[in-house]
Ligand binder design. Structure first.
Ligand code: PRX
Length: 652
């Protein structure tokens, strides 16, 4: 264990397994060895502007850029003077090439319906919808709000906005009316796009009903386009609401892409910060486009013949960057699934992989833990031999869950890319490149070329290798956040003030002796127990490595003597009994895995954990429950309100 210095985080997680890239994978990979990675990394670090400037030539430019970067901290201007269009790079660029008639999007609906769009077909739909938007008065620079199920029309709507220079603000289909209205008002959205309803676990999610309620409180939104997904009855307000299919029937398929300045905004995406008010993260055109294209190619090593499936919802940044913009600008085939992983049963994902012969599968650790809990027989019933690469995103993966993913899903032959990044970073920042970097389970391994991270103490100075601290990014990168919509001051304070000159991402991390990064949770998830700072994820990993534990969340609660006591919430694998005996066993297990300082003071057994719609555990709520306080703050993102009620009942 590393020695703790004042203000630093004690690292207690030991993980020594190393998984080198499979030689057959490396032989074909774009970046196929550690030497190749190091060479590229050095080239980028020595002269980042020359590096990105050279790569940017891969985009289509209506007007070439004059300067690669103009950095006025904290505001970056990339590819100054250039004009391009993201929709052009995703669609038009592939027309007239052998990709023209390849599948761009393969879509599987929850009830089992499916559709395929080739690049040519998608281009046509996007052009038509772009003309629909223009016909309703949408102009370059207008904000278009999107609240839709996971259907191809969601991607079409985004690409159509990009085509005419409108800025989309996609709000995840699970948010409430209140949340939509807040975001619409913050962004001054002009037009709303939605659907009658969406499918989720066989239930109809009443999207239009929520939009009606939201629009009553969104005075800037004057028009609303409604897609008929389900065919249920909806209220259509005369003069405001229009059916998607009626407008499309009359739209022309001729709509040249608008030349956009490199720094024209592409989209706003709201994310939670440390306060209750969501921030509108702003991303712009050329830098974002280049970064998601290159990271898709490097990290997923996508081939023209691959079927690639990212299971995220497009309502989150993962879907923006790695279902739509990255894969399409790389000319890939991107699979989109509408529904839940357990609809109609827990084998749905494996059935989809078998049906479409998926080669690359990118999902979230929270999903992997659910798969483990549901049992191996769901996996065993399907042929997953088409898979060649696996990925994870959104949170750290517990080494034991990693091992299950590796063995059970990857058949021990697929590399796993644990990708660390954020809404703010726009694209993947750190990951083991699958053909080059040996993996340590639980580590997001190494930074991508052009990304220069550092771990610093609260004084802003780098800490010794092996010690924890704040993760910062020392140099601007093309897809970095360009601002918080309408709040430059908050942007500066949040990301560029505690450590001057460097981007403060809000995560704790440590870099080990081999230069591998280990994310240790959010800065505000750090516990301070008897003067020792502990990361929540380490305690959770220890618990999940016990066979009885399916999922665990640890939080601090006030404690008279220790400052903070460790409270954990655990859900159990089927077949295990909650009770005093197991409580004792788990405490002993954590003591064994980490040490006495991490032994939980309280263990709460619960049927489920409260989560945001993207699957993140809502620790703020758990902290309140652990401390016996009432829950406060914005709870609009909770996956299932009943979980909270059950947690209280489960207290014994
Ligand atoms: O704490 C990190 C965690 O998720 C945060 C970013 O969340 P969001 O903006 O919603 O974007 C999620 C999808 C990119 C980070 O600050 N996180 C994300 N990926 C990882 C991770 N933590 C550990 N390992 C990861 N691979």
């Amino acid at each position: 264990m590393a020695e703790a210095k004042s203000g630093q985080i004690v690292n207690v997680m030991k993980e020594s397994r190393l998984f080198p890239p499979p030689p057959e994978f490396a032989a074909k990979a774009r970046i196929g060895s550690m030497e190749a990675y190091e060479k590229l990394y050095k080239e980028a670090a020595d002269d980042p502007e020359a590096f990105w400037g050279k790569l940017a030539k891969e985009l289509h430019w209506f007007k070439p850029f004059e300067k690669v970067l103009d950095w006025q901290e904290p505001f970056a201007n990339w590819f100054v003077g250039g004009q391009t269009n993201v929709s052009y790079n995703c669609l038009d660029a592939h027309l007239g090439t052998p990709r023209q008639n390849k599948a761009a999007l393969i879509w599987e609906g929850e009830p089992g319906d499916s559709r395929v769009y080739t690049y040519q077909m998608l281009h046509r739909e996007v052009c038509k919808f772009a003309n629909v938007l223009k016909g309703l008065g949408v102009k370059k620079g207008d904000v278009v709000a999107v609240y839709m199920p996971m259907v191809p029309e969601l991607a079409i709507a985004m690409l159509a906005c990009a085509r005419i220079g409108a800025i989309h603000s996609v709000v995840f289909g699970g948010f409430s009316a209140e949340a939509i209205a807040d975001r619409n008002n913050d962004a001054s959205a002009k037009l709303q796009i939605t659907a009658d309803a969406g499918w989720r676990r066989g239930k109809q999610i009443p999207l239009k009903v929520n939009v009606d309620e939201a629009l009553a409180k969104s005075p800037t939104v004057k028009k609303c386009i409604v897609l008929k997904r389900i065919g249920c009855a909806v209220n259509m307000q005369e003069g405001r609401d229009f059916w998607w299919h009626e407008l499309m029937a009359k739209a022309s398929a001729d709509c040249p892409a608008e030349p956009m300045d490199s720094e024209d905004p592409l989209f706003i995406l709201y994310t939670s910060g440390s306060t209750g008010k969501p921030k509108g993260v702003k991303h712009t055109t050329a830098g974002y486009n280049l970064f998601v294209k290159k990271t898709t190619e490097w990290v997923f090593d996508i081939r023209d013949e691959d079927v690639y499936w990212c299971t995220a919802d497009i309502g989150w940044v993962t879907g923006h960057s790695y279902i739509v913009y990255g894969p399409l600008s790389a000319g890939a085939t991107s699979l989109m699934y509408e529904g839940a992983p357990n609809a109609p049963d827990e084998g749905r994902f494996w059935e989809i992989i078998e049906k479409y012969r998926v080669n690359i599968f990118y999902t979230a650790p929270t999903a992997i833990r659910a798969f483990i809990k549901w049992g191996d027989h769901w996996v065993d019933a399907h042929d997953l031999s088409s898979l060649r690469l696996l990925g994870t995103v959104g949170e750290g993966i517990n080494p034991e869950a990693w091992m299950w993913y590796h063995r059970k899903i990857g058949g021990e032959r697929c590399p796993i890319v644990d990708t660390w990044w954020q809404t703010e970073t726009g694209g993947i920042m750190m990951t083991p490149l699958p053909g080059a970097i040996p993996t340590k389970p639980g580590s997001c391994c190494k930074p991508l070329p052009g990304i220069i991270p550092e771990v610093v103490g609260e004084d802003g100075k780098p800490v010794e290798p092996g010690n924890g601290g704040w993760l910062v990014i020392t140099k601007p990168w093309p897809a970095m956040i360009r601002g918080i919509w309408g709040d430059d001051e908050r942007f500066k304070i949040q990301y560029y003030s505690d450590v001057p000159g460097k981007y403060l991402c809000g995560d704790n991390a440590r870099c080990d002796e081999d230069g591998y990064y280990w994310i240790m949770g959010r800065i505000d998830d750090v516990l301070n127990v008897s003067g020792h700072r502990l990361s929540t994820i380490e305690i959770e990993s220890a618990l999940v490595s016990h066979p009885a534990v399916a999922e665990a969340a640890s939080v601090g609660r006030p404690h008279d003597l220790k400052g903070e006591a460790v409270a954990v919430f655990v859900t159990l694998t089927n077949g295990f009994e909650a009770g005093e005996a197991l409580r004792k066993e788990l405490k002993g297990h954590v003591r064994k895995e980490i040490g006495a300082l991490a032994v939980p003071d309280d263990i709460h057994f619960t049927a489920a954990l409260p989560k945001t719609r993207s699957g993140k555990i809502m620790r703020r709520l758990l902290r309140d429950i652990a401390a016996g306080r009432e829950t406060v703050g914005d709870t609009t993102t909770i996956e299932d309100y009943s979980v909270l009620a059950r947690l209280r009942q489960d207290e014994d």
